[in-house]
Design a binder for this molecule. Structure first.
Ligand code: GLC
Ligand code: CA
Length: 569
């Protein structure tokens, strides 16, 4: 396959659904599969042709479904296998494909494999997981290595039954699978086949960067004050995982007309990402990186009350790195946020000017190269939740770090809540605001999680009735991407960034059979800019009615976003 060859997923418009918070159909306060069925037309009208469905498998919900106890069944709180079959059939009828989140790195500790595995050292399932002895240091037993878990604390947990430690890079209820065991690999392949045969159109492969492990258990030597070192190189992007993926692709994925998108996350370089998804030799179709996340000050804020400041220049640098580094080599998704990030409107937008800032952000991103993935609620401008106490959070990683740093450490409670509130994944997991009625139209019953207090103003119903709304602007963006005159340029065209040093304006040209320029002002300011070498043929899309067309002498108003069909001078 060549980079430019047609595959349905290159032209798709994706939408991520965090099932638990999307729509409750049966009045128990928990989002479910039938809730999605009710909203398929809503998604279709937005222009969506692909759904990424977060884990729906049977789960004790320690990490809301990323801890799977049975891969062959649906969690009863989400519905039944029949509901899933009906969802797939109805979505397909509307031209929407569905990919499932596939959790390959770990299972729940309540999965049958782990229940067996922990029983004894010679249990046939022992090697499904990664077990090691502790070490004695200064007369005290410590973990096999000093590696940290992503969710706080050590990445090892001692199991009293056999006295050994099992590896868990997430929560202690999420033991890591041992992919060097061929039985693990074939068991996982069987699961994938089961869902593909049921009609699923592919997978978003969770935490795929971590499935290859090093054999030697050496301590990390990175210098931090922490007892456990966040040295992700110890178990991320290691060469052996590409063998596992190659085999998986040969045995399963390559036999179906599907798409696979891996979660590769932070730290991976464009070259590393190319290894996963290279057109020639890669085993996956594309991978998510996290590089565009956090280009503001929320991780180094000093004082409660400090304003959020966006660093557009560094954001533009990472776009340049990926848009140029992977173009022609490996396909790529583009997205603003997912269920592990705070809300876009609160991160990079302006909740006081929701339409202008929200429409600008959509237009800036989704006319770049790559397959778009909208995260539920982004299209209506949902905002972060005002967390006041640790009880307002649900995320197991927040609870773990709270216990470590506030209860048993020396972190200040008020600061912990404030700063965690700005960064927390729970911001994305508040229930979807459908309308201004009770429980934001999500459920008859009290929802399982927070309702955003601004739901009377920020909701789907209002977006659908307002003349100008983010939802309607997103509709226009996706219509433009699919327009037969521009599709070739917007989907397959190259990318060139203009004005790279400008601190407030982001501009880029896409080029194939046509030339399309997008110019956006990321701030609440008026920006004079001059772009030379091109002239405007026409305006294709703008979030203002009367945008200027003299490129050498433009004045962008607050959050103005304009896309032009242009010609070279
Ligand atoms: C991924 C998921 C995240 C989950 C973790 C463990 O990063 O996106 O939500 O907690 O993997 O499965
Ligand atoms: Ca329900």
């Amino acid at each position: 396959m060549s980079f430019y060859e047609y595959r349905w997923w290159k032209e798709a418009i994706g939408y991520e659904i965090y099932l638990k918070s999307f729509k409750d159909s049966n009045g128990d306060g928990i989002g479910d599969i039938n809730g999605i069925r009710e909203k398929l037309d809503y998604l279709k009208d937005l222009g969506i042709t692909l759904i990424w469905l977060c884990p729906f498998y049977k789960s004790p919900m320690d990490d809301n479904g990323y801890d799977v106890s049975d891969y062959y069944d649906i969690d009863p709180s989400f519905g039944t296998l029949d509901d899933m079959k009906a969802l797939i059939a109805e979505a397909h009828e509307k031209g929407i494909r569905i990919i499932a989140d596939f959790v390959m790195n770990q299972t729940s500790d309540e999965h049958q494999w782990f229940i067996e595995s922990r029983k004894s050292k010679d249990n046939p399932y022992r090697d499904y997981y990664i077990w090691a002895d502790g070490r004695i240091m200064d007369g005290v037993e410590v973990e096999p290595t000093n590696w940290a878990s992503f969710f706080g604390g050590s990445c090892w947990e001692k199991d009293l039954l056999t006295g050994q430690y099992y590896m868990k890079i997430f929560s202690k209820k999420m033991p890591d699978l041992n992919w060097s065991n061929p039985n693990v690999r074939t068991s996982m392949q069987d699961i994938a086949k089961f869902w593909l045969d049921l009609g699923i159109d592919g997978f978003r492969v969770d935490a795929v960067a971590h499935i290859g492990r090093r054999k030697d258990l050496v301590d990390s030597t990175i210098e931090t004050n922490d007892k456990y070192k966040p040295d992700w190189r110890m178990f991320s992007n290691l060469p052996v995982l590409f063998d596992y993926l190659k085999e998986f692709n040969q045995e399963v994925w390559s036999k179906y007309d599907i798409m696979t998108v891996g979660e590769v996350g932070g730290g991976a370089t464009a070259d590393e990402a190319n290894k996963y998804a290279e057109v020639k030799d890669g085993s996956m179709d594309m991978v998510f990186n996290f590089d565009h996340c956090w280009h503001n000050n929320v991780w180094d804020m000093k004082e409660i009350g400090d304003p959020i400041k966006v660093n557009l220049v560094s954001l533009k640098q990472v776009w340049k790195k990926w848009q140029k580094g992977q173009y022609g080599k490996a396909w790529m998704p583009i997205y603003w946020l997912n269920h592990d990030q705070p809300r876009l409107m609160s991160q990079y937008g302006n909740p006081d000017k929701p339409f202008l800032s929200g429409s600008m952000l959509g237009q800036a991103l989704y006319l770049m190269w790559g397959t778009p993935f909208v995260y539920q609620g982004e299209e209506i401008g949902m905002t972060n939740y005002p967390f006041k106490s640790v009880n307002d959070f649900n995320d197991v990683s927040v609870k773990t770090t709270y216990n470590l740093h506030v209860i048993n450490g020396d972190a200040n409670e008020e600061e912990f809540i404030h700063f965690t509130g700005l960064r927390s994944r729970d911001n994305a997991r508040t229930i979807m605001s459908w309308d201004d009625s009770k429980n934001a139209g999500f459920s008859e019953a009290k929802p399982w999680f927070n309702v955003c207090p601004d739901y009377t103003l920020v909701n789907v119903k209002k977006n659908l009735t307002d003349e100008k709304s983010i939802y309607k602007h997103y509709q226009k963006i996706f219509k433009l991407r699919k327009d037969k005159h521009y599709l070739n340029t917007l989907v397959y065209g190259s990318y060139k960034q203009l004005l790279p040093k400008h601190e407030r304006v982001y501009a880029y040209v896409r080029e194939a059979d046509k030339l399309i320029l997008t110019v956006t002002n990321f701030f609440d300011t008026t920006e004079p800019v001059s772009i030379r070498g091109y002239k405007v043929s026409k305006i294709l899309l703008s979030n203002y009615e009367d945008s200027k067309t003299t490129l050498s002498n433009l004045t962008l108003r607050p959050y103005e976003a304009v896309t032009y069909l242009i010609e070279k001078r």
